[in-house]
Write a protein that binds this ligand. Structure first.
Ligand code: SF4
Ligand code: SF4
Length: 414
């Protein structure tokens, strides 16, 4: 049976569409349920991860018209941005590109600025122009234009990293420095719920496909940079004003701050897509590479990362031994933890770093192991948040069920 997007949309409008989140679908398939295009219309998939290719295009009021001629340098809360590409001459407002990976210091970068904006916080902007400095304070409301896009994101799958040498390596794939030789593994990727993993041929994902980006409405622009048929990724965009802060933000690492971004994509269930929607964590290979040369030399699966593991990390207050300095407070990549308030669930990325860092064993979360040359090596950092991805897929599922989100027909292949 060939079901068209128009037919599915008619069913959505009538409130008759059967919609599963990817998490639900995989659960049903594991239980041996019969799922087919005749019983399901749409599956909502999602990923939440470190997406270094995130950039915002913003139009920022700085001064009255004619006060300065041309912005040469620009900072948001000390994070450098890039004025232009249009000349911005004598307007007092400046078009500027802010990279998610730019940073003011090791604690604060572009990803943090973007989340602060979405949370409605006031941001200090500084402009160097005509040899002078101009300052203003703005909120998201003040920005005339505020679009977010990814040059590459929602990767189908990724590579896990280990350090084969004795000295720790400061890298974006570790919070404290990746310890070796082969002491720990750092992983990325949401496995079986990832959008591209569920439609790897991109038969339903293309230019113009409607999505959720960080919880707000967005679109697929095309494929991302360095996308290949074997490892496709997407370029997407949306408006910052629609977004929810819990799906985005900055992420501190042992090298430089990174940027968290989340993408949800509805996959129409057809005879073409159904075989791929059956993919499970255990089917998806996760190559393991040495951090120095990035060449894979071993492999496991996403089952090692997510299957029967704790997707959320918990804090057990009674186990805290009250260290003189709480390393988790300092090192938590999203500043989600304080000994006073515990874990802020809206900030926590469920990365698992605290489970290893805390000497008191006050954090509970089984993150699994990967086998390397006969030894089970612990996964100590998850740079993707499966729990949040599932939340975003659920959000999209609800929007489709209540008729506020219709599927978009792709305008072109990517
Ligand atoms: S590191 Fe762990 S045990 Fe030490 S103060 Fe922090 S939460 Fe408590
Ligand atoms: S899992 Fe622990 S270290 Fe990671 S974000 Fe949550 S509280 Fe911070």
């Amino acid at each position: 049976m060939v079901k068209s997007i128009e037919e599915i949309n008619r069913r959505i409008e009538k409130g008759e569409a059967v919609v599963y989140s990817a998490e639900e679908l995989k659960g049903l398939l594991r239980e041996g349920e019969d799922v087919s295009p005749s019983t399901v219309d749409v599956v909502t998939t999602a990923t939440c991860g470190i997406m270094s290719g995130t950039v915002a295009a913003l139009t920022v009021p700085v001064a009255e018209k004619g006060v300065f001629r041309k912005a040469e340098s620009f900072w948001f809360n000390g994070v450098p941005a890039h004025p232009g590409p249009c000349p911005n001459e004598s307007l007092g407002i400046v078009d500027v590109l802010l990279y998610g990976t730019s940073y003011a210091n090791m604690e604060y970068g572009g990803g943090h600025v973007l989340r602060d904006l979405v949370e409605g916080k006031e941001i200090e902007v500084r402009v160097e122009a005509d040899g002078n400095i101009f300052e203003n304070h703005v909120t998201l409301e003040d920005l005339v234009y505020s679009k977010l896009l990814t040059t590459r994101g929602a990767f189908k799958n990724y590579v896990a990293f280990v350090n084969g040498e004795p000295d720790p390596v400061k890298t974006i794939f570790s919070v404290t420095g990746l310890k070796g030789p082969y002491k720990e593994v750092s992983v990325s990727g949401c496995g079986e719920v990832n959008p591209v993993e569920n439609d790897p041929l991109l038969s339903t994902i293309g230019v113009g496909t409607r999505i959720l980006l960080n919880g707000g409405r967005g679109y697929v622009i095309g494929q991302g940079t360095r996308s290949t048929p074997e490892k496709p990724n997407l370029s997407v965009y949306g408006d910052l004003r629609d977004m929810e802060s819990k799906y985005m933000g900055g992420f501190k690492t042992s090298k430089t701050p990174e940027c968290i971004t989340s993408v949800a994509v509805p996959i129409p269930v057809t005879e073409t897509t159904m075989p791929y929607l059956r993919v499970s964590d255990d089917d998806i290979e996760l190559p393991i590479a040495e951090i120095h040369n990035r060449i894979p030399f071993a492999s496991g699966t996403y089952g090692d990362v997510w299957r029967d593991k704790d997707h959320e990390v918990r804090y057990v207050f009674e186990k805290c031994i009250d260290c003189k300095v709480c390393d988790v407070e300092t090192l938590c990549p999203t500043n989600a933890f304080t000994t006073k308030r515990g874990i802020d669930k809206m900030r926590c990325y469920n990365c698992g770093a605290c489970v290893t860092i805390c000497p008191g064993g006050a954090f509970v979360g089984s993150c699994g192991t990967m086998e390397i040359e006969g030894t089970d090596v612990p996964i100590t950092l998850r740079q993707s948040n499966r729990s949040r991805a599932n939340q975003l897929a659920k959000r999209l599922q609800k929007m489709i069920q209540n008729g506020t989100f219709l599927l978009g027909k792709k305008m072109d292949e990517i």
